[in-house]
Design a protein around this ligand. Structure first.
Ligand code: SF4
Length: 396
């Protein structure tokens, strides 16, 4: 007799519903007494909604732990379809993903016995207990980096004064509010949906939820990033979020196989990031950034209000440390990017982002094995230019 699957609920192992009682969406309509529906993470919400009046439980399958579509579907079932029954994630998820699954509306995770042997009861319970911005060891990283955003980023910064900063002394929220009022209709936030992005998005949602927010949807992001984007838009009530995409004709002409990132990453970033952003962001007089003084020596003197050039930059978090970011996330119960828990401390496009080992710079995982450190998005003297400075922590 084969070993049964395990259901992790409340951090504890339980017995899942018998497999025979879980009916696929194709067969559900023909089983009048069935009330447990199994759907794949890529199933459309419309198809599932037809069956929800009868389904007491929906089991969403994840083919791989890196496939984030099931998270998005879980959220849609809760938020859009208003499903109130039991929602189970089935597949090779790991404890680091447990909290995110719960935040997406899942009640439980159904595991094969081999996976439960690998990640036993304690690790699931601990994942609930210790969920944080901190990276936790998982089988996905055999070398076992046990690092965190806090460990990896220096938290000190030079306290150099900048007499030219009219916003000096204002809190991040006050500076942001003042800038949004001063540049009304002409100010934009460019968000990377990265590790720290929820902070500014949350502040904006409290001040002006209809502020234009642009996100470069390169077509190469982690599915988790897209699920995280959808979650934050919903949760924060952002009403003017814009996905900026590369021109399809340019993509067809210059990257027909979708592998330009391997042969010419600069050209790929130019095609998928620099040009699309350039087309949009020039329309605004002012841009809000998440840059901070501590991040690089070049930013040690960075003011909150950065005048000069063709576009004003507002850096509300200029004086913040990494700990301030974490404290804000905790205070406002903001969900961290799900890839943080998997060891990705700087999160960009999937093909060009790897995990970071203990003690490494958080940006070390970007374009690893190449000299490239930047995507080329820097607005200098009125022009977008590649910047010959390593690790500038620019938003994308
Ligand atoms: S980060 Fe990589 S995949 Fe993304 S646009 Fe640049 S080269 Fe292309």
């Amino acid at each position: 007799m084969s070993t049964p699957d395990v259901l992790i609920s409340g951090g504890q192992p339980q017995s899942p519903p018998p497999n025979d009682d879980i009916i696929s969406i194709e067969e559900f309509a023909g089983h009048n007494s069935a009330d447990i529906l199994r759907v794949s993470g890529e199933e459309s919400l419309e198809n599932i909604e037809l069956h929800l009046p009868r389904a007491k439980t929906v089991v969403v399958t994840f083919p791989a732990f890196t496939d984030g579509r099931g998270f998005s579907l879980g959220r849609l079932l809760r938020k859009r379809a208003g499903f109130e029954g039991q929602l189970i994630a089935e597949g090779p998820l790991i404890p680091d993903q447990y909290a995110f699954a719960l935040q997406c509306g899942f009640n439980a995770i159904k595991l094969e016995p081999a996976l439960f042997e690998r990640h036993t009861e304690g690790s699931w319970f601990e994942a609930l207990d210790q969920f944080d911005l901190t990276y936790q060891r998982g089988y996905a990283v055999p070398s076992g980096p046990a690092t965190s955003v806090l460990d990896a980023r220096p938290t000190g910064f030079r306290t150099t004064e900048n007499a030219k900063d009219p916003y000096r002394g204002l809190s991040a929220e006050s500076a942001l509010k003042k800038a949004i009022e001063a540049y009304e209709g002409q100010i934009v936030l460019a968000s990377s949906l990265g590790a720290d992005s929820a902070v500014l998005l949350h502040m904006v949602s409290k001040i002006e939820p209809n502020l234009p927010i642009i996100f470069l949807d390169t077509g190469k992001h982690f599915r988790e990033t897209l699920a995280y984007r959808d979650m934050l838009i919903d949760d924060l009530g952002l009403t003017n979020f814009q996905n900026i995409r590369p021109d399809p004709a340019e993509v067809k002409a210059q990257d027909p196989k979708g592998d330009l990132n391997q042969s010419a990453p600069d050209a790929c970033c130019d095609l998928r990031k620099v040009r699309p952003l350039d087309r949009v962001i020039r329309q605004y007089d002012a841009r809000i950034t998440g840059r901070k003084r501590y991040q690089t020596p070049q930013r040690a003197d960075m003011p909150i209000l950065e005048l000069g050039g063709d576009q004003v930059k507002i850096n509300p978090l200029a004086y913040w440390s990494a700990k301030d970011v974490t404290a804000y996330m905790r205070r406002h119960d903001l969900t961290p990017h799900p890839m943080l828990a998997l060891g990705y401390l700087s999160i960009g496009c999937q093909p060009c982002t790897t995990r970071v080992s203990e003690g490494e710079d958080p940006r070390a995982g970007r374009w690893r094995h190449s000299d490239k450190t930047e995507c080329g998005i820097h607005f200098i003297d009125g022009k977008w230019q590649p910047l010959p400075v390593n690790k500038t922590y620019e938003v994308f």
